[in-house]
Ligand binder design. Structure first.
Ligand SMILES: Cc1cc2nc3c(=O)[nH]c(=O)nc-3n(C[C@H](O)[C@H](O)[C@H](O)COP(=O)(O)OP(=O)(O)OC[C@H]3O[C@@H](n4cnc5c(N)ncnc54)[C@H](O)[C@@H]3O)c2cc1C
Ligand code: FES
Length: 255
């Protein structure tokens, strides 16, 4: 477990409003785990590790103040990191289909690299500019397919429709998924329909990141400590999944 200030070594623009920052990590973390990132003077937010190993990295999509400030940092700038936190992917010995939607490819990519040729990959995004890590996935896996909602790159359609077709074509022992909650919801249904076990990485508002404050609770489970990766069976039992999240004040708001 670490809590340190690190210097950014490298910055890569991955796509429209999506940036990777690389820095030396005191401890590796395992695929699917996340860290709390302190952006000096702005906020502290959870970010998945998009690179494990001593040269770690995070891949940030700009959605608000903290992610915009993070994306604006440059090599030589500093940020605070603590972690690694949470339960990552349970990597199975069998064939695995890894499904990433948008910046959800960040924690998926570390699983793909750990699984190597045992992993097939379905990458999806709204448009061509938001497809990330395709060449990285192709270097690790033998079967990588890409889809965009607007058809501007790869196949036209949703990544869940693509994953559903891949499950009908090949036999998988496990599906790993990370993306917007609506994607996770339909991916869970597709896995149930095809009788394939799955694990999904969930997001909820995080303050402590370490299992103490309760801000990330979904149906009594803390996403930061009991997740962020949950089994499909656990997710199927969650009554708030796909429907509700909690705001800063802990109030339930519709997704
Ligand atoms: C375990 C985990 C891993 C994540 N990994 C990544 C990643 O690899 N790359 C990436 O781009 N994003 C990731 N996120 C989402 C990221 O943390 C939020 O986009 C970020 O906190 C938004 O902060 P903001 O100030 O830019 O935006 P805001 O304007 O504050 O919020 C924009 C949206 O982000 C959500 N959000 C705000 N603060 C938090 C918070 N502290 N915790 C969780 N959600 C929050 C809000 O619900 C809101 O819908 C992850 C979230 C979790 C929980
Ligand atoms: S963020 Fe505090 S318990 Fe999960």
């Amino acid at each position: 477990m670490f809590s340190e200030v690190v210097k950014i070594m490298e910055k890569v623009e991955e796509g429209k409003g999506i940036t990777t920052l690389r820095f030396l990590l005191p401890e590796c973390g395992s695929p699917g785990q996340f860290i709390m990132v302190w952006v000096p003077g702005v906020d502290e937010i959870p970010m998945s590790l998009s690179y494990c190993g001593d040269r770690g990295g995070i891949t940030v999509k700009e959605v608000g103040e903290a992610t915009r400030a993070l994306s604006g940092l440059r090599p030589g700038d500093v940020l605070g990191v603590r972690g690694p936190y949470g339960r990552g992917w349970g990597l199975s010995a069998g064939r695995t289909l890894c499904v990433g939607g948008g910046v959800g490819m960040a924690p998926i990519m570390t699983a793909v690299e750990a699984l190597g040729r045992k992993a097939d990959v379905a990458i999806g995004a709204r448009n061509a500019g938001e497809i990330i890590f395709e060449s990285r996935a192709r270097a690790a896996s033998g079967d990588v397919r890409v889809t965009t909602d607007d058809g501007s790159y790869g196949e036209k359609g949703t990544v869940v429709a693509l994953a559903d077709r891949m499950m009908k074509e090949k036999r998988y022992d496990m599906v790993l998924g990370c993306g917007p909650e609506v994607m996770n919801k339909y991916l869970l249904k597709a896995c149930q329909d095809n009788d394939v076990r799955c694990q999904l990485s969930l997001e909820r508002l995080m303050k402590c990141g370490a299992g103490l404050c309760g801000s990330c609770v979904i149906d009594g489970l803390r996403v930061c400590a009991d997740g962020p990766v949950f089994s499909g069976e656990d997710v199927a039992r969650m009554t708030e999944f796909g429907k509700w999240k909690r705001d800063d004040a802990g109030l339930r708001v519709k997704l």
